[in-house]
Design a binder for this molecule. Structure first.
Ligand code: ZN
Length: 339
């Protein structure tokens, strides 16, 4: 795999798939109306948003966002694929407007109140082979930090994801060699469980251990690098069970990522890194990254309790214990496809 300059292999006519599953009778019309509404709302509220961000930044509390993508490619468009040209637009927008940082830098800023400029971190879930053709080389070219979460069994066997099989598109998975080469090139590899399991359905400790602790060790051995972060498959509050989160902590990883759409703010528990859906249309991305305080009103909190004594030994930052769980109102961001 060549991690030099990205190849220019864009096919005309394809663009990032919008949330087609939400479109009802006329997908095109529905999408246009949604774009127009978002644009209008953003245009009207942007001055206020900018003032709020400037004030937060002056206090060292600028918001931080972690984006999650799945697949960057111009073939087989679906709800979890973004075209190369659209991805370039995302990257250029982020380079211009944000500090581009690693997950560990987000954690540091959460705890030190030294967030003087809004920040974005790039992540990928699942491990689709085409990402190595364009997206990863592009990020490396611009020296943009990136965390790439893979499902261990899928990279070991090449087995397509169930959601792709159901869609009749058995899309190609990264090989172990590709993952190792990404790690060697400077991409941080994270764990996305062993089998892309839905933790909402798992209570057995043995299964949790196999999916998290054992998979983490095996992945680390495969790539020759430590695995520091975990991303929950599907990533909605239902999957973020206290037992699974404790297992992530027990595995000595530094944090876990959700995927229901939320910001990372100074003072929040840095063990939980909240992410925003990246492989969506640009208007939606712009709307999220142009910090909207109103979104904070509907965000769920995730309940879990870590051993503070253990955290002191294993984490480079203090934990902030979460309290009550709001109901799973994560639909405000909800993924447009399997995550
Ligand atoms: Zn996934």
């Amino acid at each position: 795999m060549d991690f030099g300059l990205p190849a220019t292999k864009r096919s005309p006519g394809l663009s990032a798939p919008a949330d087609s599953d939400r479109s009802i009778h006329c997908p095109m019309l529905s999408t246009l109306i949604r774009f127009a509404t978002l644009r209008l709302r953003l245009g009207l509220t942007r001055p206020l948003r900018r003032r709020a961000i400037a004030k937060m930044a002056s206090l060292g509390r600028a918001p931080m966002s972690a984006l999650f993508y799945h697949r960057v490619a111009d073939t087989h468009p679906n709800g979890w694929t973004i075209g190369c040209k659209a991805f370039v637009r995302h990257v250029d927008y982020c380079r211009k407007n944000f500090d581009l940082v690693s997950l560990s830098e987000i954690q540091t800023r959460c705890t030190t109140a030294r967030s003087y400029r809004p920040a974005v971190s790039f992540t990928f879930d699942d491990g689709y082979a085409e990402n190595c053709d364009f997206a990863i080389p592009l990020l490396l070219k611009h020296k943009i930090p990136c965390t790439y979460f893979v499902s261990l069994q899928h990279i070991l066997t090449g087995q397509a994801f169930d959601h792709d099989l159901k869609a009749g598109q058995p899309l190609r998975i990264n090989t172990v060699r590709e993952v190792r080469e990404m790690a060697d090139a400077g991409i941080e590899i994270g764990l996305h469980s062993r089998t892309h399991i839905d933790f909402d359905q798992v209570t057995c400790r043995k299964t949790l251990k196999r999916e998290i602790i054992d998979a983490k060790s095996q992945l680390a051995d495969l790539i020759g690098k430590p695995i520091r972060y975990f991303a929950f498959p599907f990533g909605l509050p239902n999957q973020l069970t206290p037992q699974a989160i404790s297992m992530v902590h027990e595995s000595h990883m530094l944090g876990f990522c959700s995927a229901y759409g939320a910001y990372n703010l100074v003072g929040q528990d840095p063990f939980h890194i909240r992410r925003i859906h990246g492989d969506c249309d640009f208007e939606r991305l712009d709307n999220w990254l142009s910090f909207d305080k109103r979104k904070l009103l509907n965000q769920p909190t995730v309940e879990y309790a870590l051993s503070e004594k253990m955290a002191e030994r294993t984490l480079p930052f203090p934990i902030v214990q979460s309290k009550k769980t709001a109901t799973s109102t994560a639909a405000n961001q909800s993924a447009s496809g399997p995550i």
